[in-house]
Ligand binder design. Sequence first.
Ligand code: FRU
Length: 491
Amino acid sequence: MSTQTFDQALQAADDHIANTAIAPSRWRPAYHLTPPTGWMNDPNGFVQYEGRYHLFYQFWPYGPEWGPMHWGHAVSDDLVRWEHLPTALAPSEEYDSGDGVPGYGCFSGSALVDRDGRLVLMYTGHVDGRQPPQTQNIAISTDGVHFHKSAANPVIPAPPVDGGPDFRDPTMAQIGDRTYAVIGSSAAGRGKALLFATDGDLETWEYVGVAAESTGQEGTMWECPDLFPLADRFALVVSPMQGTLNTFPFIQIGDFQPDSGRFTSDRHYQLDGGIDFYAPQTLVDDTGRRILIGWMQQWFQRNVTAADGWSGAMSIPRELTLDAGVLRQRPVTEIESLRGPARHLGAHEVGTQPLMSDTGASAEVRIVLGPSTAPVARIAVRASSDESEQTVYTVDRRAGRIVCDRSLSGAGDVTSSHVTFDPARESLELRFFIDTCSVELFVDDGAAVMTNRIYPNPDSTGLTITAVGVGTLNVEDFTVWPLSTRQEPSQ
Ligand code: FRU
């Protein structure tokens, strides 16, 4: 257990942040949330409270690698311009702190506004070697900034019979008149989402049962489960591990029986076809939108920005919809308020001679490919003038497949990734959100998304579109907007 009290641990973290000037980093994003210094992983406690969006996150302030987890805290009026607030949680108690053990801390969790209007965080206390190592705890705030840990912690002191020692990442949800917490676990080699319920007093929980579990093919451990209504159905998002490796988050669409707590699904989609998207979490806001945000990084990838004293970023928040059975993830419309002046590069017939533009290091680019005689388009972003550096998207219209090749993307991992789309589409819309060290591609009005980190030189800012093989590409639209949080909000 820590020798510091909770208040001392928070003060130490905030003093360290104030005194640690981050070296200007060439990879610091222009419009993605990053930690003030140190390491960031999962989004936590994504919630709207008294009209403002709050986002907490897994945070180790003292270095750019994972360490004893704190909760960082940021706040926003529009989901795209974030302001850092004081550190919300730090390890300090027997159930979340350790001395001389390699792993401990305030692990992932969620937030809920309780019936008294207080902002309540629920998180996993983890201590290596403790029995059990993972318990669920709450912390309460009346001002949305300062939290105290409940004297009733751990409010869920041990996993139920259906779970195992991996028992973490509680996501609270109000469904009907009950408050639930869905918690990730693992037993007999299967990932599980375990359901607890309370009648509103967030300090007393009863076990309901297994909401859902892996077939054996969908992960041996489910991290960060999130269960929520979507259109007239329910959705369950999980971030699965396979053995010791984290794999790709997926969403299941199905039905939820509140009495048995059982969620049965009939559809299953990978949320993102890229490599760098993990542990997403959602909120529903006062406009009724279901918004999802993820950690725009993945475990066991090269930690390139560590050399500059920071690591980790959040994805663009996405609005999740299920319309006539079609799941879409669209960037929240607020992102458009970050646009600088548009450059319309117009409609073009493109052959093997590239259509070129300079996007700058941070931009939104909209490309619409119309009916074309060339079956394959090659789109390179963040390209250097000699093309020795570039991130290449190969868009195969016949196969309905886009491959992102990072072999020339600069520092960082080179693994390629792909998404599919409906090849019957007459016109295919591609929205690239390019930043200093990332590209998020939204395909066909959010029917597919691909998020990848890349680490090119700051001056590799070219974009080229070329037809591959015979025929020409009909580029119906090609528009570039510089994108930055330094743009004034448009009213
Ligand atoms: C997911 C995760 C969670 C855990 C947290 C620790 O990325 O492994 O399961 O709570 O990160 O930082």
